[in-house]
Ligand binder design. Structure first.
Ligand code: ARG
Length: 440
């Protein structure tokens, strides 16, 4: 329709960059802006963010409560997989982006927009997650990233906002870049960019410093059904509430602080602080329940899959067949991961102190050293004979002659007996065999 402007759906956080983006995009591309603010459990005033977007000039401002969806489709998958990027980061921010991409696409289709936009810079992982996510779901949509294009410094962005009457929070701006959702809080920039500097106290808002936490431990019993936490101390909760309660409880005991030098997809090493109280406790409890209910082989293989899934999530490949296929494996692995884990929270750390599961593979009559032992110890002799057969055979034929490398410790006894050398002196020239080899 002639004269009618095209629409762009902008992922709107209410912060400085995305607020400026409303006007910047409207001016640069002569478009109408529809903002989309997604509630993934970040403690934020969503009504205020909506008002602000409209005030700045958005044609329409949409807020979607996506907490339940986030837990059901994203967080539980990561938890069941035990996904931790580089063994440390529970992937809070990384998990929320594909969901936001999906909601951007849904909104664009509903509103008849040809483009979506996000406030990511060109240096981080989030741009990748948004761009790939949107294009995977709707290749025809254009993705605009104003903060990747405009090349303004922070001061220039503020000046831009002042000039155009874009409201900037009057409260003192945090010196950090922060992203929050149910699964955790990510904090970077400012003094944190120096990896030698200990994170100042003001970095943390979800977790108490361990020197200010209660002097008595708290115990919590986490009930799981097929790898999903469903109750705390016997009381059932929906996923969102359970995670929120766990964040409060574990945060109160100072649990879930993570200081991570991480490898970004775009090749940069960066320092990020995370607060993930619920994720830390639930991941630990989930693994403890798997230790009771999965076989040794299942656990070993699943650890490899966990690394793969964490990388998929971190690297923005959520909507990939590889993720779907591995999710099917994860689902299948969780059939008997049902039971209760008892965890002790105290002074910054969580410790599993009790576990019980109806389909537990832990068999007391096999494990016990007391009365009731059903394990036939005499059978171990034959088992060990056959288990060790290849090692014994190979050491006789080959290894006992080794004079170099870590296994040469097999040989010296004989040597030491023959040649009496003073302590500290080698029994033979260290590189004799090498010379011999060279001659041969
Ligand atoms: N480094 C994390 C990731 O790539 C978090 C990114 C957002 N962090 C932030 N402080 N704004 O998933």
């Amino acid at each position: 329709m002639a004269g009618k402007k095209e629409k762009v759906v902008l992922a709107y956080s209410g912060g400085l960059d995305t607020s400026v983006a409303i006007q910047w995009l409207a001016e640069k591309y002569n478009v109408d802006i529809i903002t989309l603010t997604v509630d993934v459990g970040n403690p934020k005033d969503f009504a205020a963010a909506r008002e602000k977007a409209l005030k700045i000039g958005a044609l329409k401002a949409i807020v979607i409560d996506a907490k339940e969806m986030f837990v059901k489709y994203f967080i539980w998958h990561a938890l069941q997989a035990n996904a931790l990027y580089e063994g440390q980061y529970p992937l809070a921010t990384a998990l929320s982006r594909p969901l936001m991409a999906k909601l951007l696409v849904d909104t664009a289709l509903e509103e008849g927009a040809n483009s979506v936009a996000h406030g990511c810079t060109g240096k981080g992982n989030d741009q990748v997650r948004f761009d790939v996510g949107v294009h995977a779901l709707a290749p025809h949509l254009k993705v605009l990233a104003p903060a990747r294009e405009w090349g303004m410094t922070r001061a220039e962005t503020i000046a831009y906002a002042h000039k155009r009457g874009i409201p900037i929070p009057i409260t003192k701006k945090s010196p950090y870049s922060i992203d929050e959702c149910l699964w955790g809080r990510s904090i970077e920039t400012g003094v944190l960019e120096d990896p030698w500097v200990e994170p100042p106290a003001d970095v943390y808002t979800w977790t108490k410093s361990p020197d200010k936490t209660p002097n008595k431990p708290a115990y919590v019993e986490i009930g799981f059904e097929k790898g999903i936490p469903v109750s705390l101390d016997g009381q059932e909760y929906d996923g969102v509430t359970l995670i929120q309660r766990m964040n409060e409880l574990a945060g109160d005991h100072g649990i879930g602080r993570i200081d991570h030098i991480e490898n970004r997809l775009v090749g940069i090493k960066s320092r990020e602080i995370y607060e993930a109280p619920a994720a830390t406790v639930l991941l630990q409890a989930h693994q403890a329940l798997e230790a009771m209910t999965l076989s040794k082989d299942q656990m070993r293989f699943k650890q490899k899959v966990a690394i793969e899934i964490a990388d998929i999530i971190y690297n923005g490949l959520w909507f990939s067949a590889q993720n779907r296929d591995l999710a099917a494996y994860i689902q299948s692995s969780q059939r008997y991961v049902t039971g209760t884990i008892r965890t002790k929270l105290f002074k910054g750390s969580a410790q599993v102190v009790g576990r019980t599961a109806p389909k537990s593979l832990y068999n007391l009559s096999l494990a016990t050293y007391d009365k009731g032992d059903k394990f036939d110890q005499s059978m171990s002799v034959g088992f060990i004979h056959i288990w060790g057969l290849p090692v014994v055979t190979q050491s006789q034929v080959q290894l006992l002659g080794d004079t170099e490398g870590p296994l040469s410790i097999i040989a010296p006894k004989k040597q030491l007996k023959k040649t009496k050398t003073a302590p500290g002196k080698p029994a033979r020239k260290p590189n004799r065999s090498k010379q011999e080899q060279g001659k041969g």
